[in-house]
Ligand binder design. Sequence first.
Ligand code: ZN
Length: 118
Amino acid sequence: MNLDKKTLAELKTRLLKEKAELEKNLEQIAKPLDKKSGDYETAFEEIGTSKEDNATEIEQYSDNFSVETVLEKKLQNIIQALQKMENRTYGICEKCQKEIDLNRLEANPSAKKCLKCE
Ligand SMILES: [Zn+2]
């Protein structure tokens, strides 16, 4: 890998920051099932028992569910990127096994594939 220590440390800092932000956002709409792997479950908020309340609950749940799914996916990508840093496999394309362009990693530190394979 041609990433120097300084660049790697910078990318790691950015990943950790993004991870903390995502966790904060997720915790507003979901319960953590397994924090280590970034697994969350959308919270179902009880508003009331009338038909209208029930409809609102379901609507809110499905809104939260879509947001939760996106955030969870992002969080899991970041967790995997951090694990790869530990295993020294960070910055390698999952498909062609070539090094991912540094510009691409700078733009998206949790990128798993190179531009060609994406
Ligand atoms: Zn590739």
